[in-house]
Every structure is written in C-alpha cells, then in structure tokens.
Design a protein around this ligand. Structure first.
Ligand code: MN
Length: 454
C-alpha cells in the first residue's frame, strides 16, 4: 500500500489541473480520464478513408493527424509531428519513451480544463462509438508467454497429477513464438478452425471443425523502441522499450492443440486468431497502479541476476483487473446482457512482470522490433471463477459452466461472443480503462473459410 501512495504523490505533482474540458473524461468511473490518454488507430465508421492515429479522452478521441496538420503540436520535434500523421503507431513509438512522455504532456495541456486551445481542439474530437479501429501497430512478431502459476498448475494437473508445475517454471519466463498475421482487432469474427484431433481420450483420429474451442484471458504489451541483434535489454531498462498495454484473447482449439503439441509447441491450435483491444495504454498512465513483483517474493529457486532488480521487486507489477464476459446467441435473442464468467488480476496472477518478460526475451541477443506483441499467457487466479480459460473453468470439459439463463458450456459454441475487458482502479476513485477485446465465433463451413464475415 505504501508503494501505491508514494507513486500517487509523484503522479499528482505533474500538473495542477487534473480534469479535462471533455466532461465525459471527468465522470467517476470513466475509462479514459485525462490521466490515461491511450493511443489507437481509427477512422470514421464505413468511411473507407485511411486509418489515422487517435488518443482517447472520455467518450471521445482526438485526431492526432489533424492536430499535427493544423499546428497544434508545435513545440514537439519534426519527427514527432510527422509520425503523428501515420496510419500505424510504429514510427511514433520508435522515437522512444522520452519522446512519448513529451507528447503525452503536450496532449495533456491541450485537453486540460484550463487548456488555451479548447476551441481549436474541439473540432478534432469524435465520438468513439462512431469510429472503427485497426490493429494499432504493424506487428512483426508475436510472442505468447506462460506466466501464470495457477494456469500452468491447473493445466499441468490434467496431464501430470503428481507434478503439475514443471521445475523450470519459476526459474525463467516460458513462452512460444506465436503468429503475428492473425492478430486481429476487437470486433472481428473468429471462424471455428478445422484440424486434426483425437475424438475423446485415445479416440479415433479425425479431421474437422474443433469441438473444443476456447478463449485465453491475457494482457499484452507492444514493444516501443527495439534492440539491435546481439544486444540484451536490462531489466531496469525494459520498460523504456514498452509502448503500452492492451487486452488479448488468445483463441485456442484444445483438441487440435493437444494432438499437435507432441512434442513441439502450439501451432494450428492457436495461430488462427488472436484478438487485441484497440487501445495502447502507456506505462506512464499506469504509474499509480504499480505493485511488487511476484517472482521475487514467491520464487523458490534463486533467480538469475538478469531477472532481478530492486526496482522490479518493489514496483514491477501492474494492478490490472481483467473481467471476461460471455454472450450466447440465446442471450442475444432475448436482449439479455453478456454475463461475467471469470475475473483475474495481472499483478496477482502473473508470476513474471512485463519487464522480466522483455529482459528474458532478449537475454540471448534476440532483437525485438517496434510493434512486436508480447502477451502474458492465460491469467488464472487461485479461486473458482478466476480461471482464465474454459479448459480450466470446466476442468477439461468435464464440469460444464452453468450460466444464469440455464444454459451451460464446456467449450465455445457457434455464435458465442467473448469479451475481455480490463481496468486499474484505486479506492480513491481514480481509474484507468483499457477498453475491450471482443470476438464472436462463426460456424466452420467450407463456404466461409477464408472469407470475411460480419
Ligand atoms: Mn495463450
């Protein structure tokens, strides 16, 4: 708690006015107060015009491209002003953390209640409900970690009841290299994938649509400035290489996954879709929500030096709360709202901090590049209804999840819509929202394979 209070004080010193002239930003519970200012790329719905960079404020977003063109960014560097006019965030975040801090300070001044430019800024604001978003970075590589002890233990139990958690887990972050081409924007549909799997335990080998389609509740970070090959990023410098945080659903076909991962890692069971939220929430916005690292408190083996630092130990964690909702076709038919089925917490449920993931990823000289996506892996908590996927919630499909309308699920059915949303909140009412990752499952038919559906 001391850590939170200390960082709150620092946070409040930055500016005297903490409210925005955009009234919806000041409403208690707003996901996008002046302290957040997350980045996205968007365009007006159905306009077909090129995507542009925006910044969220209350229920609105600010058009950074237009702000750059009409001179509202004067005082920033020519590179910054140029990069604000791109259709993706790569060039902007490649300018480095200090550049982004300066840009956020500039935008804060523009959007504050006492801004000198209110009448000039107002025409550049648009309702978020009237835009469509794109994946904010050109993602070169996507890495998915396996950072939750509870997830590793719950799944491990299904295969190795006596030794669910393997001995390497607490010695270093574990991960596999995922597929960047199928990282899609929230709202895109997910066609039920086909593949090879055994029908039941030791059953017949079949090819067809997966019977065990699942979601995975994850937090992701995008890389800001990368590192040259054959260099490593030190733990205490890792966060300078992180652009920001998003919400990730790593869709998984459990039957395909379990047949193909003998002995190699995830492939077709996971590479058909990964849904990200539109917003990139910077670590600067998350400063009041820092928490101690789990690994240094609970690690049994001594960690290698590159995975330890006093700073990481005290404040490497991020108190991000994550809620997952399911809406079935039957719910939609009667106008019933989506139902929350599980809730996790990043600082509690991830053994590793985002800094440790970056430090480990590069300790062998691997080069990260701007826009690379590093996801946490399924975040599962220690109690019922905190598990981060149906595989765990239903004990491998043996105990159906009962919904309030009487329906039940072992795995996802066609028409099911999964929404993962996240936020940080203090008891004092301060809040930072991340927006949501949502996706609806479509039936697998030969006709819709490879075609866009809406
Ligand atoms: Mn995953």
């Amino acid at each position: 708690m001391t850590a939170i209070n200390a960082s709150l004080d620092t946070h409040a010193m930055g500016s005297t006015t903490t409210t925005s002239f955009v009234e919806s930003a000041n409403v208690p519970g707003s996901n996008f107060p002046l302290q957040n200012l997350p980045f996205c790329v968007y365009r007006p719905c159905s306009s077909g015009v090129p995507f542009r960079i925006g910044v969220g404020i209350g229920s609105l977003l600010l058009d950074l491209r237009q702000a750059a063109r009409i001179g509202l960014l004067q005082g920033l560097s020519a590179e910054q002003i140029e990069a604000c006019q791109h259709s993706q965030l790569n060039s902007l975040f490649n300018l480095g953390r200090a550049s982004m801090v300066a840009l956020r300070e500039h935008l804060t001044a523009l959007l504050r209640s006492d801004s000198m430019d209110i009448e000039t800024v107002k025409p550049l604001l648009m309702e978020q409900s009237q835009v469509e978003f794109d994946v904010p970075f050109a993602i070169g590589d996507y890495t998915d970690f396996f950072a939750s002890v509870n997830h590793a233990t719950n799944v491990g139990k299904m295969y190795r009841p006596d030794t669910p958690l393997l001995p390497n887990f607490k010695t270093q972050p574990l991960a596999y290299h995922g597929r960047a081409s199928s990282v899609v924007m929230s709202g895109d549909t997910v066609v039920r994938p086909r593949g090879n799997y055994r029908d039941g335990h030791g059953g017949e080998l079949k090819f067809g649509p997966t019977n065990r389609l699942d979601f995975e509740v994850e937090i992701g970070v995008y890389i800001g400035r990368g590192n040259p090959r054959n260099t490593s990023i030190a733990l205490d410098e890792a966060e300078d290489h992180i652009a920001g945080v998003c919400v990730v659903n790593d869709w998984s076909a459990r039957d395909i996954q379990s047949w193909e991962t003998q002995p190699l890692g995830p492939f077709l069971g996971k590479n058909f879709a990964t849904t990200v939220s539109p917003w990139v929430v910077t670590l600067d916005a998350l400063e009041p929500y820092r928490q101690p690292a789990v690994s240094e408190a609970q690690g049994e083996a001594a960690l290698s030096d590159y995975l330890r630092s006093p700073r990481n130990q005290v404040k490497g964690g991020l108190a991000i709360q994550i809620e997952t909702y399911l809406q079935t076709p039957a719910m939609r038919e009667v106008g019933a709202p989506r139902e929350m089925i599980t809730a996790a917490r990043f600082d509690r449920d991830s053994f590793w901090t985002v800094g440790q993931m970056v430090a480990h990823h590069t300790v062998n000289g691997c080069n990260l590049r701007t826009g690379d996506l590093l996801a946490s892996g399924t975040l599962s908590g220690p109690t019922e209804r905190t598990e981060g996927c149906l595989l765990e919630l239903t004990r491998g499909g043996t105990v159906p999840l009962t919904l309030s309308n009487g329906e039940s699920r072992r795995f996802l059915e066609d028409g099911d819509e999964v929404t993962i949303t996240a936020f940080c909140a203090l008891e004092t009412g301060e809040r930072i929202g991340f927006g949501e990752s949502t996706g609806r499952v479509l039936a697998s038919t030969p006709n819709n394979l490879g075609k866009e559906q809406s």
